[in-house]
Ligand binder design. Structure first.
Ligand code: NDP
Ligand code: MG
Length: 384
């Protein structure tokens, strides 16, 4: 039996991962599960899967978790050190699906086991790409991308010579406000921004899809993970979310990955890799779909995309600064402190003022310092 752990088990990616594991009884032994506030889900899943360890990120919820697990024999723990322990328990395959840069330290710890890290947590590649890749290389670990676009690129590259890549096209649905007049965007609500036209995901990434901060992170993620030059990476708005990404080769061929908007495909691919096995995703009826549309993203509607280019040109710790500024802008938008369009304005200003391009090795500590500095700066701009 393969031993698996899921960091961020109570979230959208975590629950989809458990759905796949549940369908093949006897194939996987669940070792550790982590969550945050959703103690009932975490305890129910830990009991059902007979996990060894259940961790909540929030120490204030440890008593609740202990009571929910009473009599089960499953160990309960809480806080950052416990998340690291969850990533340390021997496992062949670990899903990194915590949201935000909080997923970086557990993900790095998991890589040190030298097994497979299924990486949904794009923030860790944006904030610390070189550190993630170097840690994987030093410990003989493998990172398999779970973000649908990056899984699509990874699949399109099987058997191909990476030197023959000319360009990569990442598609974007356009998010909740694709068709809203630009003048409305200043006043859209959190509830409206939390509705994705095609994908069912956690609230934060859904709002990031409306602003295209998610796509901005994904461009940087592709740059870091596949080692692609920034000008090789293109973004197209594709409202149907059917073509997830395309890889263009020097001979002019474009290999597209086409599938339904269901994360269980990308998760299942990483779970079964290098094999392909049956997955419970809908089969596309292309005749019923009929038409697939593609368009250039409007920079005025999606200013985050230009910021991603700025980050890639700057390098250094600017990815950590960008990610932290984005996370904090989103916190303030969700809390009702700032409007939707203000997020990109404040992130742009913070990138200019904090930068992050200074030379120096990227370590967990250095990323933590830039992250902290950036969040403080963002907060001072919001108060001002
Ligand atoms: P969710 O918000 O649905 O879930 C996040 C998970 O992380 C939950 O288990 C949550 O616990 C836990 N969590 C929240 N805050 C912390 C923290 N500070 N420390 C530790 N754990 C925490 O997110 P998603 O599943 O949507 O996304 C997870 C990651 O996957 C993100 O990096 C996202 O960008 C990426 N991703 C997601 C996709 C999707 O389809 N959802 C697609 C592609 C990438 P709890 O809920 O119990 O509080
Ligand atoms: Mg994606």
């Amino acid at each position: 039996m393969r031993r698996v752990s899921i960091l961020g088990a109570t979230g959208s990616i975590g629950q989809n991962t458990l759905d796949l594991i549940r369908r093949v009884p006897g194939e996987f032994q669940v070792v550790a599960l982590s969550g945050g506030q959703n103690i009932a889900q975490l305890a129910a899943d830990a009991r059902e899967m007979r996990a060894e360890l259940a961790v909540t990120a929030d120490p204030a919820r440890l008593d609740d978790l202990r009571s929910a697990l009473e009599g089960s024999g499953i160990r309960a723990a809480a806080g950052e050190a416990a998340l690291i322990e969850a990533a340390t328990l021997p496992a062949d395959w670990i899903m990194s699906a915590i949201v935000g840069v909080a997923g970086l330290a557990p993900g790095l710890t998991a890589l040190r086991q030298g097994g497979t890290l299924a990486l949904a947590n794009k923030e860790s590649l944006v904030a610390a790409g070189p550190l993630m890749l170097a840690t994987a290389a030093a410990h003989g670990a493998r990172i398999l991308p779970v973000d649908s676009e990056h899984s699509a690129i990874f699949q399109a590259l099987v058997g191909e010579d990476r030197a023959a890549i000319e360009r990569v096209v990442i598609t974007a649905s356009g998010g909740a406000f694709r068709d809203r007049p630009l003048s409305d965007l200043e006043h859209v609500t959190v509830a409206e921004a939390s509705q994705h036209p095609n994908w069912d995901m956690g609230q934060r990434i859904t709002i990031d899809s409306a602003s295209m901060f998610n796509k901005a992170l994904e461009v940087i993620e592709a740059h870091e993970f596949f080692g692609l030059k920034p000008d090789c990476i293109e973004v197209l708005v594709h409202p149907q979310s059917t073509v997830h990404a395309l890889v263009g080769f020097v001979d002019g061929a474009l290999m597209a990955h086409v599938g339904p908007p269901d994360m269980r495909h990308a998760i299942g691919y990483a779970l079964n890799w290098p094999d392909r096995r049956a997955l419970p995703v809908a089969r596309l009826d292309l005749a019923a779909i009929g038409t697939l549309d593609f368009a250039q993203p409007d920079p005025a509607r999606y200013p985050a995309l230009d910021l991603a280019r700025q980050v890639m040109a700057t390098g250094g710790h600017s990815g950590a600064v960008f990610n932290a500024a984005k996370e904090r802008a989103l916190d303030h938008f969700i809390a009702g402190h700032i409007g939707f369009t203000r997020m990109s304005v404040l992130v742009a200003r913070t990138l200019d003022e904090i930068g992050g391009g200074a030379a120096g090795e990227i370590t967990l500590e250095s990323v933590g310092r830039w992250d902290h500095l950036t969040r403080q700066h963002m907060d001072s701009l919001v108060v001002a």
